[in-house]
Design a protein around this ligand. Structure first.
Ligand SMILES: Nc1ncnc2c1ncn2[C@@H]1O[C@H](COP(=O)(O)OP(=O)(O)OP(=O)(O)O)[C@@H](O)[C@H]1O
Length: 928
């Protein structure tokens, strides 16, 4: 039987009204006649049994369904602050004309338009009617706490404090949530309405909400109350809405609860400033690799002053096709646009009246508390600077801005080096207005790279059309497996001077093939090795660390140098590759066979004067994740090898304008989609292996883990080649809902919360599940053939930084069993970005999102898992043997990627997810 969701009921209800119109019975109000039509004619029309709506006056029921769906649509479509619910007190729902030509959707929209006027009308008392409870919070919200397994009763009182009699005809939850039941001593219904006489107080509750759940979590429900009163002989219907939520928090959840209510940063608006700048004290000497520009706030200013471009010329440039002639200018403009957005974004964090104190150990440093800095909001790194002015001077016409260099970032505190002039007059708790800045070095390096592209003659790399080395290429290699083909093509330089691309789905060995195998080939020691110098890069530190760790297995440590940015916190570097921060002299650097660094830090090699042509090969792993201008930061015109997957995370950018004009398309993706050398040709649509190799053998995951991404993103081309013992190592795990199927979806009714100034979200109910599963995994030692697992073989992925921080705290600080466990620090907890390129035997994912209101925000700011197929893809392809997904199925099922499962129709899928809530545990693909 089809499930009776609100939406489904709405569909059936409106369909039935249409049917009544078709048979000329639309105006019938006779209950028995409608009942008969419904049961005898309508209900079994298409062999689908529609839900029973017997026993209630049908029309009224349908109108309430229409109303319910409208309110729930409003709830889901708009952020709370903008969701104005106006109940058409002047236009009763029943009287809205429903014309035959009007589609269901339009009809619902028409009603929404009438309802969306004033939320307060459905919250506050109307006609003197009040719906209240002992648990009222405010704004129509009723929250109560519960303990798992213990029933709770919440009394609701409906009272008439007005001056005329009102009829209370119905109450109904908008959507059924497991655990809630309603008791109603007076049996209010449309057929038995209750008259509420004016001024009469309710002595006993009209409605009792019973709730119980065996699980902690956040269980919200929306209840609609229907009333009517007559005015000048006309009967008017109106509605009140109450949002009721049961909250169950364990001890851990209480410890992780918001430290203070969320208060978004207020933009500190200031009049135009006249100030003198007083430089501070820094340990890190800024290097000028490219002329530093003043900070910009206005697009026209940049274009006219710095690029000498008028606005129409900018528009023309942005819309033009990318050529070598406009390459530098176009990318510079895109980078400027990105910078403007960075400038706008960082202004949100500026602080007013922020106190500073002297550092306890180093008296020449001042300490500023910056909430959110631990999660890079704002992003403040060692070597960056900020500007501070004395708050008491801010009203002066002219005042001094002190430049404070960041010496250290510790949790929420930033230690700053200011000039002696400020230190001389400083007393503890002196108040400052603080302006944050961002480090322009990455942008400057990219400006330098794109402007010198033409000068360095990179046409053959960026717009390749030929290869000089055709005869070097061994055609026989085509018979070999893809990895061998790729290695040989690179070694023989088959694509030169064009870049060689290695792309393929997750776990197909791009990193291994290209970096480990090729680099190892070039570095056997001896005479041959002396000819080769390799630069291996990746866009992020975690991917570069991974390259280094893997190469260290094959190459002598003395041959490799992992170059880290000075701003990098040494504590974040894996122990095996921890390096000192002093850069070796140029001559020393040039002796290393392999240098590994991030793309941007590679700019230091160029600044440091490493001659063009020193590196024989430049490898870029995770190239799909890098902005094109980042990819050419290290480029000196040598053989470039790009490894990546355009279906995984792309470049992360802020500016919608820069994104619209292509800055979010990586070099790898541009070549693959726009350059004929890298496209499929011939009858069978094959790639030219002289320039590109596509890897299709997955060496990482169990087939059931791969199944969904394989179908969704790779046309089921991926083949399973993962080691059988490893991939099956959790198939007999006792906690699998379906034995042999190592994917678990754990449905959790949680709440996405924020705290203090941090805009990032967390969800404590999900953290509890993550911790519970983690313990189960770690406690499964040698049972039923499952071998002991070390924390370093487990990864926890979540899209929000706050959730990362809270999960870390839960595991490393609060949980008594976990915090002292051996190697627990090695358990990686991070964002999807930090897991790109990584793999673990077991992956636990916390999706966090539990409120539909924020989904649009995630989409706009490129956050979270919803509406983000690339992030979904990276997340679900990290696990080798066991994947556990923890999330709210009601929210996730609304996302096409999460909900996509061709085996179910729309309603089944919703039921399927809802069932996971009821059962507590569901194996997502296990139900066939
Ligand atoms: N030829 C091979 N034989 C056996 N195992 C392999 C082979 N190539 C790669 N692997 C293994 O497969 C796993 C995935 O490899 P790798 O990380 O290089 O994949 P990738 O394509 O770079 O993945 P991602 O797209 O997720 O970054 C690793 O554990 C690696 O050791």
């Amino acid at each position: 039987m089809a499930p009776t969701t609100v939406r489904h009921n709405l569909a059936v209800g409106t369909e039935f009204i249409e049917y009544l119109e078709q048979i000329g019975k639309a105006t019938s109000i006779h209950r028995d006649e409608l009942k008969e039509i419904y049961n005898e004619q309508f209900r079994y029309r298409w062999d689908t049994r529609h839900p029973g709506v017997l026993g209630r006056p049908l029309r009224a029921r349908i109108s309430l369904l229409v109303f319910s769906a409208c309110v729930s649509e409003m709830e889901t479509a708009t952020p709370i602050s903008h969701a104005f619910y106006t109940l058409a007190s002047t236009v009763p729902i029943q009287s809205i004309p429903i014309t035959a030509g009007m589609g269901k959707r339009r009809r619902a929209q028409a009603i929404v338009q009438q309802l969306k006027r004033d939320r307060s009308k459905v919250v506050a008392s109307a006609e003197g009617i009040e719906v209240s409870s002992d648990h009222d919070v405010s704004d129509g919200r009723i929250k109560f706490e519960f303990l798992p397994g213990k029933a709770c009763n919440i009394s609701l009182f409906v009272q008439n404090k007005g001056s005329k009699t009102v009829t209370f005809s119905l109450y109904e939850p908008l959507r059924k949530i497991h655990g809630f039941t309603f008791q109603d001593p007076q049996g209010v219904s449309r057929s038995h309405p209750l008259l509420l006489h004016e001024g009469k107080r309710a002595l006993e509750p009209n409605t009792v909400v019973n709730f119980s759940s065996n699980f902690y979590g956040y269980y919200p429900i929306t209840v609609v109350f229907e009333f009517s009163s007559s005015s000048s002989g006309i009967e008017e219907t109106f509605y009140l809405v109450r949002w009721i939520a049961g909250i169950g928090r364990s001890q851990l959840a209480k410890e992780l609860a918001p430290k203070a209510p969320y208060r978004p940063y207020q933009e500190v608006t200031r009049k135009p400033l006249t100030f003198t700048l007083e430089d501070g004290v820094t340990k890190v000497l800024p290097i000028d690799v490219y002329p530093n520009r003043p900070s910009y706030t206005v697009l026209a200013h940049i274009m006219t002053l710095n690029m000498r471009l008028s606005v129409p010329l900018c528009r023309e440039l942005l819309n033009a096709t990318l050529t070598m002639e406009n390459y530098g200018e176009r990318f510079q403009l895109l980078l400027h646009l990105e910078e403007i957005q960075m400038e706008v974004d960082i202004r949100k964090y500026d602080m007013k009246n922020a106190p500073m104190v002297r550092d306890g150990r180093k008296k020449n440093l001042l300490v500023l508390n910056v909430p959110g800095v631990a999660e890079h909001r704002p992003s403040v790194l060692r070597g960056d600077h900020l500007l501070a002015s004395l708050s008491e001077e801010s009203k002066f016409e002219v005042f001094t801005q002190y430049k404070g260099y960041v010496h250290a970032v510790e949790l929420e505190k930033v230690k700053l080096g200011f000039s002696q002039k400020l230190l001389n007059k400083f007393v503890d708790n002196m108040k400052f207005d603080v302006t944050f800045t961002f480090n322009r070095l990455p942008l400057r390096l990219q400006h330098r790279a794109v402007t010198s592209a033409r000068e360095l003659n990179l046409r053959d790399v960026l717009m390749p059309s030929i290869s000089y080395s055709q005869d070097l290429y061994d055609k026989n290699l085509e018979k070999n497996p893809e990895q061998v083909k790729a290695v040989n093509a690179i070694v023989s330089g088959s694509s030169r001077p064009a870049p060689y691309l290695v792309f393929g789905p997750p776990g197909t060995g791009k990193t291994v093939t290209i970096v480990e195998k090729v680099v190892a080939f070039f570095c056997p020691g001896g005479e041959m090795a002396a000819r080769f110098h390799i630069l291996a890069c990746a866009p992020s530190n975690s991917a570069s660390d991974l390259l280094c760790e893997r190469l260290l297995k094959h190459i002598d440590t003395r041959e490799i140098y992992r170059m880290n940015a000075r701003s990098r916190d040494p504590k974040t570097i894996p122990a095996v590759i921890r390096e000192c921060y002093m850069y070796p002299y140029k001559e020393e650097l040039m002796c290393f066979r392999v240098i590994i660094t991030t793309l941007l830090t590679a700019g230091r090699l160029v600044s440091g004067g490493i001659p063009a042509g020193h590196f024989t090969h430049i490898f870029i792993d995770e190239a799909g994740h890098a902005v094109e201008s980042e990819c050419i930061v290290p480029n000196t015109g040598t053989q470039l090898v790009l490894a990546g997957d355009p279906k995984q995370l792309g470049p992360i950018l802020r500016s919608p304008v820069a994104i619209k004009h292509g800055l979010n398309v990586s070099l790898l993706e541009r070549l693959m989609t726009q350059n004929s050398l890298y496209q499929k040709t011939g009858e069978h649509g094959t790639y030219n292996s002289q320039f590109v190799t596509k890897l299709l053998r997955n060496y990482r995951s169990h087939p059931d883990i791969l199944n969904i991404p394989n179908g969704l993103f790779y046309e089921d081309e991926l083949q399973v080649f993962a080691d059988e013992i490893i991939r099956n190592s959790y198939c007999s795990w006792e906690h699998l809902p379906k034995p042999g199927f190592p994917v678990i979806f754990k449905g959790v009714m949680g709440q996405d919360e924020r705290e203090e100034n941090s805009p990032s979200f967390f969800n404590v109910a999900e953290i509890e599940e993550v911790v519970t599963y983690l313990k189960k995994i770690l406690q499964t030692q040698g049972k039923k053939g499952i071998s002991q697992i070390s924390p370093k073989e487990i990864g926890i992925i979540t899209p929000y930084r706050k959730q990362v921080e809270k999960i870390r705290k839960a595991i490393r600080t609060f949980d008594k069993e976990l915090k002292d466990m051996k190697d627990i620090q090695e358990l990686k907890i991070g964002s999807v970005e930090e897991f790109q390129g990584q793999e673990r035997k077991v992956i636990i994912v916390s999706t966090v999102r539990s409120c539909q209101d924020y989904v649009k925000m995630d989409e706009d700011f490129n956050l979270g898992f919803l509406n983000n197929p690339k992030r979904f893809n990276v997340t679900v392809t990290r696990a080798k043997a066991l994947l556990i997904l923890v999330g709210n199925p009601l929210i996730l099922s609304k996302d096409p990627t999460w909900a996509r499962n061709p085996k179910y129709d729309k309603y089944d899928r919703v039921l399927h997810f809802e069932e996971s809530l009821l059962l507590g545990n569901l194996n997502i693909a296990g139900k066939k």
